[in-house]
Design a protein around this ligand. Structure first.
Ligand code: ADP
Ligand code: MG
Length: 241
């Protein structure tokens, strides 16, 4: 498999005033896997991704991506090194066409003529039923296709590691199923994925390993079956802890 990514996070901390959003998080990714991060609202999932992508700066701690310390690196430099992120709130350019959105994404990415990465982009375009020449404004395509467009835009930048924050939000079960199938296919090409997700059926469908965040901390981490069987993990979801 080509281009598996490594990511090591050491003692990462981030506060917003009195809120500890990320509390001493240490984490090592299994290269080439699909891993899910779950946890109740406000657990710090999106903040963790923002720190990885460089949107937010940590108060302390270290992030090492493909053997390079990226803790202080700007977001665009991380993208060029192969770290891709989609946001919980869709960030495509709504007034631009599908075609223009994809052109912008291509220009932002690593221009390394890597065939595996081009193939991933083309695979996702095809599976998601998007047309790179489409002049329709992004605001006028269906919601689920806008979600998919954002994923394809990130793939256009040629990531080794793809971080997806609630990629199936607002999708029907069928659209969610298509998303899962395509993400698994992308993973089979060697792409490493970390996915924040609420939909446990979707998580079961794609994840080999699950990390549970709770109040900014890693509460549980391990094989999906093992973690989701735990009573204390269930209690968190039911708001009993
Ligand atoms: P999740 O994605 O798991 O729902 P978030 O990472 O969005 O959680 O939020 C974690 C905590 O940090 C919450 O208490 C949230 O209100 C707070 N938080 C997140 N981003 C900011 C911000 N930019 N400014 C202030 N507080 C924030
Ligand atoms: Mg979030």
């Amino acid at each position: 498999m080509a281009n598996s990514a490594s990511l090591i996070v050491e003692n990462l901390n981030k506060r917003f005033g009195g809120v500890v959003a990320t509390d001493n998080v240490s984490f090592a990714l299994d290269p080439g896997s699909i891993q899910c991060i779950i946890g109740p609202n406000g657990a710090g999932k999106s903040t963790f991704f923002s720190l990885l992508a460089g949107i937010q700066k940590p108060d302390s701690g270290r992030i090492v991506f493909n053997d390079i310390d990226i803790t202080r690196m700007l977001p665009a430099a991380r993208v060029k090194r192969g770290l891709g992120l989609t946001f919980q709130t869709n960030r495509v350019f709504h007034d631009l066409s599908v075609r223009q959105n994809l052109q912008i994404a291509k220009a932002a990415g690593a221009d390394n003529g890597n065939k595996v990465k081009d193939d991933r982009y083309l695979l996702a375009l095809e599976r998601f039923g998007l047309d790179a020449g489409d002049h329709t404004r992004a605001r006028n395509i269906p919601h689920h296709q806008r979600q998919w467009l954002e994923i394809v835009m990130v793939l256009a930048c040629g990531p080794d590691l793809l971080l997806l924050d609630e990629p199936t939000a607002g999708m029907s079960p069928q659209e969610t199923g298509s998303t899962a199938r395509t993400l698994r296919e992308l993973n089979q090409t060697g792409l490493t994925l970390v996915v924040v997700e609420h939909d446990m059926a979707f998580v079961r469908d794609i994840a080999q390993r699950v990390t549970v965040l709770h109040q900014g901390r890693i509460f549980a981490d391990g094989p999906l079956e093992e973690v989701t069987r735990r009573q204390d993990v269930r209690d968190i979801y039911l708001g009993r802890k």
